[in-house]
Structure formats: structure tokens, C-alpha cells
Design a protein around this ligand. Sequence first.
Ligand SMILES: Nc1ncnc2c1ncn2[C@@H]1O[C@H](COP(=O)(O)OP(=O)(O)OP(=O)(O)O)[C@@H](O)[C@H]1O
Length: 227
Amino acid sequence: MSLSQPTVTARPDPTPPSTASTFRIDIWRSLGDRRIACRVDAGPGVTALSGPSGVGKTTILNMVAGLLRPDGGHIHVRNVTLFDGALGINVAPEHRHLGYIFQDARLFPHLRVRGNLLYGIRHLPDAADALEEMARFLGIASLLDRWPSTLSMGEAQRVAIGRALLTRPSCLLMDEPLASIDRARRADILQLVERLRDEVGVPILYVTHDLSEAERLAAHIVQMDFE
Ligand SMILES: Nc1ncnc2c1ncn2[C@@H]1O[C@H](COP(=O)(O)OP(=O)(O)OP(=O)(O)O)[C@@H](O)[C@H]1O
């Protein structure tokens, strides 16, 4: 398996941008008496969504993933339209080809690490080779027969990243991936995100409340504020 990213072949964007942008997002949604809105126009690499707790970063990521419907606007990722309120386009989450990395890894507890990694790619003829290559890349080959409950948070987060990457997503959505990891192990995961950016070349929409983390990783930072 190659870790390089595939060409996206889903629905073409009806209004292509003048410059090639990876994330072209302009969405809003009311939650209770709050209005959460965000605009992004960013190229490849890491794009950070930063801002204080409660400003709506996770809500925006959930809308990009298709887990929450925006009240209006549009979401284009690598020139594929995932949502367009005016045109009535709302691609189902399972057809968006995105990889979502949550704060707390969310591995399937009833599957060993190997089963978690194979989830979603079992049907592929090269699944076993792809799994081996990914395990080597992430340094988790020795963990393949372990249960998720026996992993440290850092190890679990690596497995979650591997599970997402193996489905060959067009981009990764990462929601505070360092949040549940002890300080000593955070540098390892930060380095891994840099390798995803530089060696795998997968575009990443990265949520963090920590501006220094955003500045270290991201070519483009979107600072969210309360409206
Ligand atoms: N289903 C919901 N109904 C009403 N309000 C909600 C709902 N989900 C989230 N909110 C509110 O929307 C706001 C944004 O939440 P969100 O989790 O997106 O913020 P965040 O910037 O990711 O915060 P944090 O950094 O603390 O995770 C918060 O005030 C939250 O309480």
C-alpha cells in the first residue's frame, strides 16, 4: 500500500475556486441562543481551527464531517462539494471520505488493535499488507494483538490515526488529539502529526485551543471568536 493520498473522484465542485484550495468552508448554525459560524479558505498542509473553549470548534468539525447539518453555507474539501445549503447538497458522512480523530481515540473496545485497524478495509485485497505498512509507519506493530483497554492514550491515539488513514481519506479532521495525552507523550504525537503532514501529505483540519500548537503545525490558522 502507498501512504500517498488518492485522487478524489466524488461530485465535482459546481463553483470551482480561482486558486486551488483544500478547505473552502463558510458555514453557520444556531445552537440554543448561540450562533456558531466559521470561514476557511486554505491550501494543503495543516489548517488549524483555534479559539477559546466553547467557541464552537468541535461543532464546526462535526459539520464538516456531516454529523451535524449547518443552517446554511457551503463546505468544499479538495474541490468536492460536501454541503451546499443553497443547492440542497448534503453528502452523507460515510460518503465524505474523511478521517475523524477524536480527543479520546474512540477505538472499538470489542476488537483488538488489529481488528480496529482492519475495520473499513477488510474487503480490500491488499488489506493485510496495508495494515503491516501502517503499523510500521506508526510504530505500533508490537501492539496488534492487544485490546484497546490495555493501551496508553498515546498508543490508542496512534491506532485511531492508523484506522482513519487506512481508509485512505481525502483529509483528516483532528479534534484536540493531544487533549487526553500526558504532557510527556505529547511531543511524540505532535511529531507524528508533522510526519502525516510532510511524509503522507494528507491535508488536516486541526482543532486546538492552544495557539502555540497551531503555530507550530499549521500553514493557516483560523481564529474563532464568540459572535
Ligand atoms: N446540542 C447542543 N445544544 C445546545 N448547545 C450546544 C450543543 N452542542 C454544543 N453546544 C454548545 O455550543 C458551544 C460550542 O461547543 P463546542 O464543543 O463546539 O466548542 P469548542 O470550541 O469545541 O469547545 P472546547 O474547546 O471546550 O471543546 C458550547 O457553548 C456548547 O455548550
